[in-house]
Design a protein around this ligand. Structure first.
Ligand code: NAI
Ligand code: MG
Length: 352
């Protein structure tokens, strides 16, 4: 079989880090004798400035045909007043997420050799947050009446469907089974009783089908404390869209470093391609200088291989990244001042 990848390098450092990720992915695939084709799509703020396209129906249809999408970062320099604020987020990023039904936002949170966490004792951290991606309070299910008056009333109603919760919970249990067999449901079911009840019953039902996984429940406020004081206790966290948004940022902060954070936007049913991208943005402050760290993009590529069932290639790639980070940790002089391409080259050389 040939894997048919779409690549959206995007803006700023997006194309710089994606070039390295692609080169390294190609090498891993070559050595596994896996054939791959890559189709590059020009999208993002600078593409919009050139053409007026954010994401046309035609481009969306073509993207649907691929096995997976590797994504860099999009977004203009906030100083650039020619690009309306929020346009690219709404009409490209959110449109991709909803059109391709990316119901699961996957965020591994882990430390690597040499990563300095802001936590006491620099603990080793290795958990993954499985965040629901298309429901919850983020669906625009609300309204305002008597706007601007002293009696204004605004609602923002969280939407939770049995189908939506079940597919995320099923994914989380499957991941826990492949990992250390522990799952934590994070919610606030003592006060958000209706949605909390649905999440809890769904987890209980899934737990009955996955006896190898042990699970516990944590209120979201307690989870923020544990994530800082004892992050080693987590393996897989499953949670809704809003709590997941906040917890994943906290997780990135405690693991110490945006330069290493990878993510996947997963279509749970496989009805459209999933998308893999570094958590960081287009970094206009360092764009064009070839100094961006490509590691997060490379690790996003590893998530993509994993998702497609190319497990061995994915772990070879991860091991190469680990080996190189460990080498740099031992000899920090060796990593200072390296260009984006030199960092990519170093990881490539570890593939062996
Ligand atoms: P950012 O992540 O682009 O940059 C934040 C800081 O981290 C900057 O100082 C940057 O130089 C540094 N940084 C980021 N990635 C790095 C890397 N790989 N190596 C070394 N340093 C790195 O976030 P910011 O500045 O808030 O946003 C810039 C633009 O990116 C905006 O237009 C924003 O909307 C967009 N953005 C896009 C995202 C996406 O495409 N999914 C996600 C986040 C922001
Ligand atoms: Mg966020």
């Amino acid at each position: 079989t040939t894997f048919d990848f779409a690549v959206i390098p995007g803006d700023g450092i997006g194309p710089e880090v994606i070039a390295e990720a692609r080169r390294i992915l190609q090498a891993v695939l070559d050595s596994a004798s896996v054939e791959a084709t890559w189709t590059e799509y020009s999208l993002g703020a600078s593409h919009w400035k050139d053409t007026g396209e954010t994401l046309s129906e035609e481009t969306l249809e073509r993207l649907r045909g691929h096995d997976a999408i590797l994504f860099g970062a999009v977004g203009a320099d906030p100083q650039d007043t020619r690009v309306p604020s929020g346009l690219i987020e709404r009409e490209l990023l959110l449109k991709l997420r909803f059109s391709l039904d990316h119901s699961i936002n996957l965020r591994p949170a882990r430390t690597y050799p040499g990563t300095a966490t802001p936590l006491a004792g620099d603990p080793e951290i290795d958990f993954v947050v499985v965040r629901e991606g298309t429901e919850g309070p983020y669906v625009g299910n609300g309204g305002t009446i008597r706007r601007g008056t002293a009696h204004e009333l605004a609602t923002e109603v969280s939407l939770n469907t049995a189908h939506g919760v079940r597919r995320v919970v099923a994914d989380a249990f499957a991941r826990a089974e492949r990992r250390r067999g522990r799952l934590t449901l994070v919610h606030k079911h003592n006060v958000l009783t209706h949605a909390g009840d649905l999440w809890r019953r769904t987890v209980e039902a899934a737990a009955a089908e996955h006896p190898a996984v042990s699970w516990d429940y944590m209120h979201v406020d307690a989870a923020t404390i544990h994530m800082v004081q004892d992050p080693g206790r987590f393996d897989v966290i499953v949670t809704d869209n809003l709590f997941g948004d906040i917890l994943t940022d906290l997780a990135a902060a405690v693991t110490g470093g945006i330069g290493l954070a990878a993510s996947g936007s997963i279509n749970a049913e496989g009805t459209a391609p999933s998308m893999f991208e570094p958590v960081h943005g287009s970094a206009p402050d360092i764009a064009g200088q070839q100094i961006a760290d490509p590691t997060a993009a490379v690790l996003s590529g590893a998530l993509m291989l994993q998702h497609l069932g190319l497990t061995e290639a994915a772990s070879r790639l991860e091991q190469a990244v680990h080996a190189q980070l460990a080498a740099w940790a031992e000899e920090p002089e060796g990593s200072r001042g390296l260009s984006t391409a030199q960092r990519g080259e170093a990881i490539l050389s570890r593939l062996g």
